[in-house]
Design a binder for this molecule. Structure first.
Ligand SMILES: N[C@@H](CCC(=O)N[C@@H](CS)C(=O)NCC(=O)O)C(=O)O
Length: 219
């Protein structure tokens, strides 16, 4: 059996979560190296000097260090439920661009409003509403952005909405974006999500490799 890809990951990072969702879905076992962002391992920085997670190092030493690229690579390997089908929502790519652009920008300010005292947390939250509204509308007639079953955009966007909801869970649970709330609940109950959120201690060089076979992992 060829050597497994190495995945540098941080459990709560939304970019790392979307990468792990795709790897788990595609059934690609990995050597998982949990990273402490304040103390990134030398081996990770040697592979990808920009210092963000996720980073995948393949057996042939190729490096994939953008989360969407990790997803595409995983799905090229296996896509059992057709995650790559065209989403039902016509502007799914626009939603994804907005997610990684403006929405992430405001999400960071909402989450860390104390570090951005020019405005209140509530104000930062309001800046996300047009995007949340668009997602909510898209989910009104279908369970998933891709239609009746989940797909690439669902997996790519979900970890960011999870993070947003967790900033003030009681506010989110009462907010007007009802279809979006149901979509989030569907995700949070999903075995795929639960599998990729298993907790691991940080990796240090010399550790026995922690091989994660997502399919067999205990939830
Ligand atoms: N465009 C990158 C962004 C990844 C990213 O920013 N990850 C954050 C963690 S959520 C990170 O590693 N930040 C570096 C740091 O905090 O030092 C991707 O899609 O993979």
């Amino acid at each position: 059996m060829p050597e497994m890809p190495i995945l540098y990951s941080f459990r709560r990072c939304p970019y790392a979560i979307r990468a792990r969702l795709a790897l788990a879905y595609a059934g690609i076992p990995c050597e998982l190296r949990e990273v402490v962002l304040k103390n990134k391992p030398r081996a990770m920085l040697d592979a990808s000097p920009k210092g963000t997670v996720p980073v995948v190092v393949l057996a042939d030493e190729r490096v994939i260090d953008e989360s969407l690229d990790v997803m595409h690579w995983a799905l090229a390997h296996a896509d059992p439920d057709n995650w790559q089908t065209t989403p039902t929502v016509s502007d799914a790519q626009t939603l994804l661009d907005r997610n990684d652009g403006d929405f992430k920008h405001w999400l960071d300010r909402y989450k860390y409003a104390d570090r951005h005292p020019e405005n209140t947390a509530q104000w930062y939250r309001e800046q996300t509403f047009s995007y949340l509204e668009a997602l909510d509308q898209a989910l009104l007639s279908n369970h998933w952005l891709h239609g009746p079953s989940m797909g690439f955009c669902d997996a790519a966007i979900f970890p960011f909405i999870r993070q947003f909801a967790m900033v003030d869970r009681s506010w989110f649970d009462e907010c007007r974006f009802i279809a979006l709330r149901r979509w989030l609940d569907r995700w949070l109950d999903h075995p795929l999500y639960q599998r990729v959120m298993a907790k691991y201690p940080p990796w240090t060089p010399g550790d026995t490799p922690r091989c994660v076979d997502w399919a067999l992992q205990d939830d």
